[in-house]
Write a protein that binds this ligand. Structure first.
Ligand SMILES: N[C@@H](CCC(=O)N[C@@H](CS)C(=O)NCC(=O)O)C(=O)O
Length: 199
């Protein structure tokens, strides 16, 4: 089976979600970096792949998938990684809850704070800091009673949430006040195959 092409940008947390899952689950990708600074994501060729002009994008033969959550689901289904994407209705819904949290509460909290501090985006930093405090508190409370975000073992939920939570300090968001969250970060980092964002 030929490897899917993965259009990537190294510091992007959204791209890292997919690289992390692929590394942990043993899925081989043909990774091609897209130079966002040079506007490579705005070319007609790239826009034909993703009309939103964003990375990540996965191209698997004739199939093109954009959005990191959708790519995670596609890869888990395609490669039969059922432990990462359980089929039972309630278990699957639990994973989707966290995929949604990743693109909403985590994005508008620690991920936006990182965009401001690391990439100079003109977003409201105070709003991102306030959103981060609420989001991190709720996640910390959840993780005080759960080893993993959804279910008894690591799933796509952990892959989707981990990058922007682990990278929160790059946005000036300290994690000291969230001990259960920090233990969960360490749990993810101890998984066989784990890679860091700059691997
Ligand atoms: N919902 C999308 C968001 C993708 C996204 O925001 N990508 C950023 C990099 S992290 C991007 O390509 N930004 C380029 C731009 O917006 O000009 C996902 O989860 O993949």
């Amino acid at each position: 089976m030929s490897r899917p092409v993965f259009y990537n940008c190294p510091p992007s947390g959204n791209c890292y979600k997919v690289r992390l899952f692929a590394a942990l689950a043993g899925v081989a990708l043909d990774i091609r970096d897209v130079d966002l600074a040079a506007g490579a994501h705005k070319t007609p060729d790239f826009t034909a792949l993703n009309p939103w002009q964003q990375v990540p994008v996965l191209q698997d033969g004739e199939t093109v998938i954009w959005d990191s959550q959708a790519i995670l689901v596609y890869l888990a289904e395609k490669y039969g990684k059922t432990e990462w994407w359980p089929a039972a209705p309630a278990a699957r819904a639990r994973v989707v809850e966290w995929l949604s949290v990743s693109v909403n509460e985590i994005q508008h909290g620690p991920a936006d704070a990182r965009l401001v501090k690391k990439f100079d985006y003109s977003l409201r930093y105070d709003d991102a800091v306030a959103a981060s405090a609420r989001t991190l508190s709720i996640i910390d409370r959840h993780l005080a009673d759960h080893a993993w975000l959804a279910g008894d073992g690591p799933t796509l939920a952990d892959c989707a949430a981990y990058p922007y939570l682990a990278l929160a300090p790059e946005g000036g968001i300290a994690l000291d006040a969230y001990p259960a969250l920090r233990l969960w970060l360490a749990r993810v980092e101890a998984l066989p195959g784990y890679i860091s964002v700059d691997a």
